[in-house]
Design a protein around this ligand. Sequence first.
Ligand SMILES: [Zn+2]
Length: 362
Amino acid sequence: MAKEYDAIHNRLFFLQIIVLAVLLAVYQFSGASEKLAGGLTNRFGEKLWYVTNALYTMVSVFGFAACMFPFSYYSDYVLEHHYELSHESFGEWFADFIKSLIIDLLLATVLFSVIYALLRWLPEWWWLAAAVFYILFAVVISTIAPVVIMPLFHKFEPLAEGELTEAVRRMMEEAGIKVVGVFKWGLEEKTSTANAAFAGFGKTRRIILGDTLLSGYSQEEILAILAHEVGHYKNRDTTRLMITSSLLALLGFFIAHHILTALVGLFELGGIESIASAPIFIFSLFVFSLISMPFANMHSRRREFAADAYAIAAMGSPDSLISAFEKLADQNLSNKEPAAWIEFLLHSHPSISRRIERARQE
Ligand SMILES: [Zn+2]
């Protein structure tokens, strides 16, 4: 069943890439994008270009989300119910969908307004400034996420004092990690899948443990999962991730700059700072992210193995980590043995079978 579920998701992923690419091409070359940008400029005037840019972003993001709605509905609602991973009603699911859409609209509007302002003010160097802004933006979002965004979707409450809370606190103290607390993450009311993570950044960093994990896993298994997260911290994976993301953003914007400059001239679309050519800009970043994804994933899978190794050393044995992996894979319907090329291209985490095999060797 996990193999079938995984295969459907992979097909959907490739199909969505094609649909998105076609939509972007149609938006640009049908003249629809120019029409919207031109209409807004006529309405608000050249002086209020930032209003045009912000409204153009909102209308476009909304339009794309509407076109992609069948995919969202099928993959996040229909499939999740068919495989009995979700027990949300359609109304609850749709409310969450609208909430994420509003958040996406806000984030995209801020991001594009700033990037297009930089394109206007620094036409030669905007890509450098945009990469710096992008990283700062990502840091701000991860800092506020557990306080502002995540509670919109799930209930969080401090984990009741007890043996587990104490053991977690001891583990964090030994590792020298400052966290603001250990929270119970209310997944149960919506899904049957389990998860645990570090969330937040700096002053908001906390441990969140799914109630679905708390009810079905032994204390040793929960601690092994957390020890893996501590491994990421000890190996400075957040810093590594920030450095690789910065470099990728820099390279992506730099390439987009050259593609945008060349195509805007070729198709006579005005200056590169014109929001009307945003579909070309997005398309460049989209292709770049698809090309760089396997390399980013390769790096990430290595970091996952290293965090597993840390967890095994910290726990003194691989047993609890292995049994936690087995349970998580069954509960979350993860394909334990995906095709090698799928794992190479798409997976940021090594397959469960490889992680267990590696853990046994540690
Ligand atoms: Zn990990």
